[in-house]
Design a protein around this ligand. Structure first.
Ligand code: NAG
Ligand code: NAG
Ligand code: NAG
Ligand code: NAG
Ligand code: NAG
Ligand code: NAG
Ligand code: NAG
Ligand code: NAG
Ligand code: NAG
Ligand code: NAG
Length: 800
């Protein structure tokens, strides 16, 4: 399941720099704008995007008896990648509890922020609750825990966005109704919406056409909506602070495109967007209208196919589709130039969509609304397809289609509910403690780490990169997989396993063999070649386009690489829509586990240095040793695996990207992916990827290696959210002593420490061009090892 919620979860944090750089005020200033940091007693704390949150303990929005009817709590275990504000405090409700927001009348965005962790020793998988806002049921029997398990790509947090109409006489009352052990919330955001942005036909008295009935839908001011999707078609992610004043997040549409990806503008057209009274400036950010997706120049291909997006929704609701258009190609100024059909859920929504006719001119944005009803059958989830096809009957000059943005909202049922059911078929792994430690360091959860925030939205097509992930059309291993850059799967380089073999190797996916769990699926320990070879078997959830893409990327990349410090891919299985990868088994698990898990004795300094050098050699090979530059993009301590001899190997190449072969281009533009906390700040600022982004992430790993114990993130101190920043600060304040793992203090020589810190600091330089190459990093670390000399072989040589 891909949900809107997933994406908003952290996008608002991402573009803090970009947002801060915007000086002009947004087109819309919300009269009501409330950010409530639940479970916090500080009056003001800033999230990473620079927005100020008010603690709820003393807030006027909280009931007077808040201290006796609820508890403030912090997660018992924390992962560094989850931002402090608003996620590191929560309010826990054993019984019904209401926040009351006195707001002006009109439509409000209500955003609920959840980080399902273990609070106050209560099992997070047992928390089921409902949430209402005035007469509307927003969530019913909701499990934040089950919701994130189904998110794809995996995430640690979830944000739900709703639009609630507030009548003149009402407060906005948000009530949490605990059904089992407790209800909880980490943050609540309330933002006004301009009157005539959504459901404005309520004011005009005009209806919106149903695509599947010959009738219209009339909003009458009593409808609540839940945001399902908000996409910047053909473009990158747009964070909340870059929105038009309502803090909506827009995400790239790549993960939703099926079949041919068509084309997106190689460079932004040099156009100005001219907003109108029908489409005012706050409708959508300019960047949404400046980017688009269309089919391309092959007319034969265009006429034989649709440009299609696939959206999974809850069954049994009506949905509002808002499609945004803006014709920005300079030549297209006349009507009948580009005319196309629009299908929603296989029904014709438009036969001759002509954006120039609708908008009046090039550069003028316009949007169209449609309502789709979905049957309430046995299914929980349905897939709605949005498809565009050129209309040839009217003989347009261009046989092509166009789309710039999409928003999809779920409408409340007649009982006032927009609540869907919990995701179905989520396999909740059983663990001996009965407490599922997914977000924490699950023992040996390699390759794809369970629920670390992956900032994974989409891969932006550059002119020369075009992937296809249409599973129906795809038979892995055949030439159909893609064109140009996406090479076919090399069955001659790694073994093709049958599904039967995989089932035998894992005792039919026996839960007892699970060694790692993630949103992408499980990792099993398995035995192949008649039990003689131990392997790690990663079974990706089927039906995932994102997964399919990363599956092919991982196979095509890894099968060609053979290096002592790169985890070997032994084979794969793609039978029956299965996506299974078979790797060499790494006895000692992840570096992260050895740094953080209390189950493991601390590693000696010498061992840590060896591991760092090994991992650095693996990355150096990726950057310079293979035929093409390969950028790993997701370097972190969970992706550094250790074999039985403590040899470090880089793993998890699902996100990696081939660098350009031409030396003149020093970066490739791509959607921001990777794990928060390890991300090169320049990468998410510029959306430009170079091998120096890996160097930065590796610098973060070096910090972890030096400071791992005590735990990285402690509560009540903002500073420690971002390890790199914290490390840098301690370095400049000459306080590194305080953060070096106490276990290392007697072992590490001052000269070695100095050199090691120097290497780490150079990797973390903001200016990429000043960061060292991986070759220099290897050199620096080897030198540090020499400086450590033999002194480390002495006292604890029995310790690991
Ligand atoms: C808050 O926590 C304390 C200690 O765990 C517990 O005794 C109390 O019942 C809790 N109060 C509520 C309202 O949950
Ligand atoms: C909590 O709210 C629900 C729904 O409004 C209501 O049915 C229930 O009785 C309430 N429980 C308590 C203890 O007030
Ligand atoms: C909201 O809560 C306030 C105070 O708790 C109450 O007076 C008011 O009636 C409630 N309004 C609605 C619409 O439930
Ligand atoms: C873009 O537009 C600006 C102002 O209209 C103009 O000065 C500039 O030359 C244009 N650039 C290109 C590449 O067309
Ligand atoms: C255009 O598409 C058709 C059908 O998909 C294909 O057979 C043909 O080779 C394509 N032409 C070009 C020039 O790529
Ligand atoms: C495009 O999609 C519509 C609706 O799903 C379908 O009826 C039509 O056959 C499709 N056209 C092509 C060429 O695939
Ligand atoms: C909609 O069309 C797609 C392909 O165009 C097809 O696979 C699907 O079964 C159709 N769905 C319905 C409900 O007709
Ligand atoms: C949405 O909920 C409101 C309030 O319960 C109700 O009046 C309205 O009829 C509902 N809308 C629909 C479309 O069922
Ligand atoms: C709540 O959801 C869980 C998980 O989907 C389900 O097992 C349970 O039966 C549901 N409870 C109610 C009261 O619907
Ligand atoms: C749409 O996406 C869902 C979930 O990812 C998938 O199961 C389904 O097969 C997709 N539909 C099509 C027509 O590709």
């Amino acid at each position: 399941m891909k949900t809107f919620a997933l994406y908003v979860s952290f996008l608002h944090l991402l573009f803090a720099h970009a947002g801060a750089a915007q000086h002009s005020p947004p087109p819309y200033i919300a009269p009501d704008y409330i950010l409530l940091n639940c479970g916090s007693s500080s009056t003001k704390s800033a999230s990473l995007d620079g927005r100020n949150w008010e603690g709820d303990s003393q807030s006027k929005f909280s009931p007077h008896n808040i201290q006796t009817t609820s508890n403030a709590s912090t997660p018992t275990q924390q992962i560094p990648s989850v931002p402090q504000v608003p996620y590191m405090t929560a309010r826990i409700f054993p019984n019904n509890f209401t926040y009351s927001f006195p707001v002006s009348s009109g439509l409000k965005f209500v955003r609920l922020y959840f980080y399902p962790a273990t609070y106050a020793a209560v099992d997070k998988s047992k928390s089921f609750f409902s949430v209402t806002a005035n007469d509307f049921t927003l969530l019913r029997n909701f499990s934040a825990f089950l919701t994130i398990l189904a998110l794809e790509p995996p995430a640690a947090v979830v944000v739900k966005e709703f639009i609630i109409p507030v009548l003149r006489t009402q407060c906005l009352n948000i009530t949490f109704i605990s059904l089992t052990s407790y209800a909880f919330i980490n943050g609540i955001e309330v933002v006004s919406i301009p009157d005539n942005l959504y459901m404005n036909n309520a004011l005009l008295g005009t209806g919106i056409n149903f695509v599947n009935y010959h009738t219209s839908f009339y909003f009458d001011g009593t409808t609540a909506l839940e945001t399902m999707y908000r996409l910047n078609i053909g473009g990158n992610d747009v964070s909340g602070v870059e929105d038009t004043g309502m803090f909506r997040s827009w995400v790239g549409d790549m993960p939703y495109v099926i079949g041919n990806f068509g084309v997106t503008p190689y460079e932004l057209p040099n156009v100005t967007i001219q907003y109108t009274t029908e489409t005012p400036t706050y409708t959508a950010p300019e960047i949404v209208y400046k980017t688009f997706r269309s089919m391309g120049i092959n007319v034969t291909a265009n006429l034989n196919s649709n440009l299609t997006w696939n959206f999974t929704v809850d069954a049994g609701f009506n949905y509002l589709f808002r499609l945004h258009f803006c014709e920005t190609i300079p030549e297209i100024v006349n009507k009948n130039y580009r005319v196309f059909e629009i299908f929603i859920d296989n029904q014709t929504a438009e036969t001759d969509a002509d954006v120039i006719v609708w908008s009046g001119s090039n550069g003028i944005p316009v949007y169209k609304d449609y309502i789709v009803s979905t049957p309430n059958g046995n299914q929980r989830k349905l897939d709605l397809l949005l498809a565009l096809h050129p209309n040839v009957l009217v003989k347009p000059q261009l046989e092509d289609v166009l789309l710039n943005g999409v928003e999809i909202f779920k409408l409340n049922r007649s009982d006032g509910s927009v609540a869907g059911l919990n995701p179905d078929g989520v396999v909740v792994p059983t663990s001996p403690e009965g407490n599922i430690k997914l977000t924490e360091s699950k023992r040996w959860s390699p390759l794809i780490m369970a629920v670390i925030i992956v900032i994974a939205v989409s891969v932006i097509i550059l002119g020369f990169i075009s992937f296809r992930t249409n599973k129906r059309a795809k038979k892995l291993g055949s030439r159909n997989v893609g064109d140009s850059n996406c090479s076919p799967l090399p069955s001659h380089l790694c073994r093709h396993f049958s599904f039967a073999e995989i089932k035998a190797a894992t005792k039919n996916f026996d839960d007892g063999l699970i060694i790692g769990v993630g949103g992408f699926g499980n990792v099993y320990k398995g035995y192949v070649e008649d039990g003689s070879t131990t392997v790690a078997i990663k079974r990706l959830k089927s039906g995932s386009q994102q997964g399919a893409h990363e599956f092919t990327t991982e196979i095509s990349t890894l099968s060609k690489l053979r290096h002592r410090h790169i985890v070997s891919l032994i084979g794969y299985c793609d039978e029956d829509r299965e996506m299974i990868l078979v790797y060499e088994y790494m006895n000692c698990g992840t570096l992260r586990d050895h740094l953080y898990s209390p189950d493991n004795p601390p590693l000696t300094w010498k061992r840590r240095l060896d591991i760092c050098i090994g991992a650095a050699l693996g990355l150096e090979y990726l950057h310079t040793g293979a035929n093409h530059l390969i950028i790993h993009r997701d370097v972190k301590s969970t992706n550094i695996l250790l074999d039985e001899n403590w040899v470090a190997k880089a793993s998890d190449f699902g996100l990696c990207k081939m660098g350009p072969t031409s030396v003149s281009i020093t970066h490739i533009s791509t959607a921001v992916k990777g794990s928060f906390g390890y991300l090169d700040p320049e990468y998410f600022k510029l959306q430009q990827l170079t091998e120096k982004s890996d160097v930065y992430s590796f610098g973060v790993v070096l910090c972890e290696v030096l400071c791992a114990r005590p735990p990285l993130v402690r509560t009540a101190s903002k500073k420690q959210v971002n390890l790199a920043e914290w490390f840098r600060e301690c370095y400049h304040e000459d306080k590194l002593d305080e953060i070096v793992d106490p276990f290392l203090k007697n072992e590490i020589t001052p000269e070695c420490l100095k050199k090691f810190v120097e290497v780490a600091m150079s990797c973390l330089l903001h200016d990429r061009s000043k960061r060292p190459s991986m070759k220099d990093v290897v050199g620096g670390l080897k030198f540090a090892l020499q400086l450590q000399g033999s002194s480390c072989d002495s006292p604890n040589s029995t310790a690991r």
